[in-house]
Design a protein around this ligand. Structure first.
Ligand code: ATP
Ligand code: MG
Length: 555
């Protein structure tokens, strides 16, 4: 399924680059950029783009810029800028030089807009948005020239300057490129270069009240920064002729080229900042970093590691079609990383009380267990054995199914790394629920097999007298439909899985974890992979279940 070796398959973008290097283009330099718009937190789709852009630069000894595409102040915010920087760093990438902003270049863009006007390549258009839409035509039907298209360069220069000075209302006019209203490519039908937006900007404050469009900004940003290969997703393929038109018609300092690759989608979730924002704003989840979110910060809080995200992204094809990938495929990489690197510990998630009737109250002895069965260098941990023990409710069955390898009345099992115990008596409450087991332990079974009988299996446990109370948050898929946005009749919110979060409040983990740091990861033996959540307090640790031990998505 996956390719985890460092020898990535050469994708079509790398092929282009290798050809360019061979042809001596760009003085042998490779410069890429990751250009997020700071209007939300990054998600797993962005991670693919980050890995591709930064990874490509690394592979060819080039550079990758982090540049905020901040041309639309209405939807942008400093909070998102900060979160995006943090996410890129967390993934382990370093951008070249300082963080860049499209807004760094607003003065230059304005000069270039004046240049287009002077050359007769741009004009101020007073059509209302509704009229402009009508004039634009349809994919199958050519548009009509705006009645303002033949304004003179002098008049246009004056109007543009007055737009900039704030003399006109929002929506009253725009600056448009003069290209071709009959083009079969809608993006070339006199696209908008500047809009009036009387809005403060998170970087430039109130300096501007006109803002460039994405199209008028993006290629020029690339050219200013000397980006050689501008990699974006497929929806921009139709914008490429416009990208090239600006590069040809402006005195830009370099000649970047745009290449498109397929977006990454994951099933059972959504990868659109707008929809993710809606989940946050309407409190369907607990913030952008809710561990059920496919955001980088959510994955991080869930316990995914930078290596697991990068290995996953590197395993994906860089293709010219969008692709949907199965969650199970992603989980494989986090399990692979944590199996190797997470120390083992025991945690009883849903406890059942076990009293060892032949073990004295107040007595305590410590067992030593390896932190990792295959990596001695991790060392050992110590767990106390006492009269009062907790095991998992699921590890006892009054009427066991066939081949039951856990506890039931009259049967012996080993408490992992400690003694063999035998269940002698089952105590129930008034409603018939099992509330306690009375067991005996066999003192000869520490590190030795029992004499004359067999232990049926091994279960995990903690001492009830000396363990750490914790809360365990178990996550399931956020949506119950593989493609929650695929139903035209229904809103994606209707497919939210009501059981996507189950909170266990009575869990207990082994005492050595008492000081575990936020984000540290463990494999709880027999249970799954977990990490310490930032909601942990001095009184109570909180663990997030990162993933089960085995693939559970297939079911
Ligand atoms: P969204 O649709 O979630 O808002 P976007 O494309 O508007 O995403 P940007 O901030 O503009 O988000 O994206 C920054 C970069 O990440 C762009 O180059 C974009 O092409 C890329 N990108 C965004 N989503 C994906 C995805 N699902 N798969 C791969 N790359 C993506
Ligand atoms: Mg975008």
């Amino acid at each position: 399924m996956s390719n985890t070796e460092s020898s990535k398959p050469t994708n079509f973008i790398h092929q282009v680059i290798e050809q360019d290097l061979e042809d001596g283009k760009n003085n042998g330099k490779v410069v890429t950029r990751f250009p997020p718009e700071p209007n939300g937190y990054l998600h797993i789709g962005h991670a693919k783009s980050i890995c591709l852009n930064f990874g490509t630069a690394e592979k060819y000894n080039g550079e990758c810029n982090l540049r905020f595409d901040d041309t639309n102040p209405t939807k942008e915010d400093q909070e998102y800028v900060d979160a995006i920087k943090q996410d890129v760093e967390w993934l382990g990438f370093k951008w070249a030089g300082e963080v860049r902003y499209a807004s760094n270049y607003f003065d230059q863009f304005y000069e270039w807009a004046q240049h287009l006007v002077r050359e007769g390549n741009a004009y101020v258009c007073d059509l209302s948005p509704e009229e402009a839409k009508e004039y634009r035509g349809w994919a199958t039907e050519p548009g009509k020239d705006s009645p303002f298209r033949e304004r003179s360069p002098e008049e246009n220069l004056d109007l543009l300057e007055r737009m900039r000075k704030g003399e006109f209302d929002e929506g009253s006019c725009v600056l448009r490129a003069k290209i071709d209203m009959a083009s079969s490519n809608m993006n070339l039908r006199d696209p908008i270069l500047y809009r009036i937006r009387k809005e403060s900007h998170h970087q430039t404050g109130d300096k501007w009240c006109i803002y460039p469009s994405y199209d008028f900004a993006h290629g020029q940003e690339d050219a200013i920064e000397g980006v050689t290969h501008s990699i974006c997703t497929l929806e921009f393929a139709d914008h490429r002729p416009l990208y090239e038109w600006f590069i040809e018609n402006l005195p830009v300092p370099s000649q970047p080229r745009q290449y498109e690759f397929g977006r990454l989608n994951l099933n059972y979730t959504v990868t659109s900042k707008r929809k993710l924002k809606q989940l946050v704003d309407e409190n369907h989840v607990n913030g952008w970093d809710d561990p059920r979110m496919p955001t980088i910060s959510g994955l991080r809080r869930r316990g995914y590691t930078p290596a697991s995200v990068r290995n996953f992204c590197d395993s994906l094809a860089v293709a010219k079609t969008d692709g949907t990938v199965d969650m199970a495929q992603f989980e494989f990489f986090v399990r692979e990383d944590l199996d190797k690197n997470a120390p083992r510990a025991m945690c009883v998630v849903q406890p059942l009380k076990v009293t060892i009737t032949n073990y004295d109250e107040g007595q305590e002895e410590w067992f030593e267990l390896p932190k990792h069965p295959k990596d001695e260098t991790m060392g050992v941990r110590k767990v106390p054995f006492t009269r009062n023990i907790l095991i998992e409710q699921d590890d006892f069955a009054e009427v066991p199914p066939r081949k039951w390898k856990r506890l039931t009345q009259g049967v012996a099992v080993r408490l992992r790394g400690s003694y063999v115990i035998t269940c002698q008596e089952v105590i129930k409450d008034a409603d018939g629920n099992v509330v306690e087991l009375k067991c005996t332990y066999d003192p000869a079974t520490a590190g030795a097999n029992p004499e004359g009988y067999k232990a049926k299996g091994v279960v995990h446990w903690v001492s009830a007298d000396n363990s750490v109370p914790c809360e365990v948050r178990e996550y399931d898929r956020l949506f119950s439909e593989a493609n929650p946005t695929g139903d035209k009749e229904k809103d994606f919110l209707e497919f939210i899985n009501p059981e996507s979060l189950v909170i266990r409040t009575d869990s207990r983990c082994e005492v050595g974890l008492v000081d575990a740091a936020v984000e540290s990861a463990y494999q709880f033996e027999r249970t799954g992979y977990f990490c310490v959540d930032s909601d942990s307090t001095a009184d109570k640790l909180v663990f997030n279940r990162t993933a089960g031990l085995r693939d559970s998505w297939g079911k």
